[in-house]
Design a protein around this ligand. Structure first.
Ligand SMILES: NC(=O)c1ccc[n+]([C@@H]2O[C@H](COP(=O)([O-])OP(=O)(O)OC[C@H]3O[C@@H](n4cnc5c(N)ncnc54)[C@H](OP(=O)(O)O)[C@@H]3O)[C@@H](O)[C@H]2O)c1
Length: 244
């Protein structure tokens, strides 16, 4: 990956892992376009990181997806990092579950990146060193009890990335597909819960190293151990994770 010949689009770049990715890619000399959901977060990010080009983009909204594709036409994006995501904690045995919008969660975590990929492929096909990166989760390997829809979304996105990679290779389209599986990272998403979190900067640096070495799958931090356990004993991996 030649960073000075890379123009990255990072969704969910205003905070957390996405923001750390934006900072690192800018420092490496890449051109970076990044998105956030709200105008307020995008304006703040624009102030904090003026080297990146910032766009407001709600991944759950089909019109905004089309608008994003229009706005980045002709910019020569050759690295698309699908990072934006949300996690709702909900218990289907409790009546409060009725208040959660599981369709919205799925639109942000799964349908959004799939649809944006569909729109971007004709463009990426003609770029040098084109790569799609899907930020899934260690939870794509084994789900936890407290966020069933999120875990299903991430497992679904992992499966999508695998099939897409195979289709692109079969068709000999010159676009690589990478999946990055972070462990628990210290961001707003995990505020007030979990132990042993790594920093967003540590997660971003492992993801960027994985991209540099052209990996299909990047097991970040403790996700690497979870992967080993899940290969030796899928039921043990599930037993460890499901209690969370
Ligand atoms: N944190 C973890 O432990 C962990 C572990 C494994 C995987 N991941 C995955 O890593 C990715 C980043 O997570 P994070 O912890 O860094 O999250 P975060 O700190 O909560 O930041 C979420 C980012 O996504 C954007 N976003 C939220 N809703 C959106 C929507 N509807 N449309 C477009 N963008 C939206 C936010 O924009 P605004 O600032 O405008 O709201 C923000 O930039 C996610 O895909 C997450 O599932 C996280």
């Amino acid at each position: 990956m030649k960073w000075n010949q890379t123009h990255a689009l990072v969704t969910g770049g205003t905070r957390g892992i996405g923001r750390a990715l934006v900072d690192l890619l800018v420092a490496k000399g890449a051109a970076v376009t990044a998105t956030g959901r709200t105008l307020a977060s995008v304006e703040q990010a624009r102030q904090d990181c003026p080297a990146a080009h910032w766009i407001v983009y709600d991944q759950s909204d089909a019109n905004q997806r089309a608008g994003l594709v229009e706005k980045i036409q002709g910019k020569g994006i050759n690295l698309l990092i699908h990072n934006a995501g949300v996690q709702q904690l909900h218990d289907f045995t409790q009546s409060e579950v009725l208040q959660f919008n599981t369709e919205l969660e799925t639109a942000i975590n799964f349908t959004g990146p799939v649809e944006l990929t569909k729109s971007m492929l004709p463009h990426l096909r003609h770029q040098a060193n084109a790569r799609l990166v899907f930020v899934t989760s260690g939870l794509a390997l084994a789900p936890k009890r407290s966020s069933p829809v999120y875990c299903a979304n991430k497992a679904g996105l992992r499966s999508f990335a695998k099939s897409l990679r195979a289709q692109l290779r079969h068709a000999q389209w010159p676009i690589e597909v990478t999946e990055a599986l972070p462990p628990l990272v210290d961001t707003d998403m995990t505020q007030g819960r979990g132990r042993g979190k790594i920093t967003p900067q540590a997660a971003a640096s492992q993801i960027v190293r994985g991209i540099e070495s052209g990996k299909d799958e990047i097991y970040v931090g403790a996700s690497a151990l979870l992967r080993v356990i899940s290969r030796i004993s899928p039921s043990l991996a599930e037993a460890i994770m499901i209690k969370r």
